[in-house]
Design a protein around this ligand. Structure first.
Ligand SMILES: [Zn+2]
Length: 79
């Protein structure tokens, strides 16, 4: 019996991770391109489109973009 292959549990975990990071997940670059529209929408238009919800989703998952977001938001508020 081999002990080198992944167990079923490990495979499930791996597949889950892959699904989480699939094509509907935007990249940090795409995120940065759209974060301006997101902030504008939050300030001016209220309900978010699906597209903008993805922005929100991304910065909740991505610590780097969350930091970036907080910096941008602060800059906007100082305008
Ligand atoms: Zn990111």
């Amino acid at each position: 019996m081999s002990t080198t292959g992944p167990t079923d549990d490990q495979l499930d975990l791996l597949l889950g991770v892959l699904q989480l990071t699939r094509s509907d997940e935007m990249t940090c670059e795409q995120w940065l391109d759209q974060v301006g529209s997101y902030l504008r929408a939050v300030r001016e238009t209220g309900p978010l489109s699906e597209e903008l919800k993805r922005i929100e989703h991304h910065f909740k998952l991505c610590p780097e973009c969350r930091e970036e977001f907080e910096a941008i938001q602060t800059a906007w508020e100082e305008k």
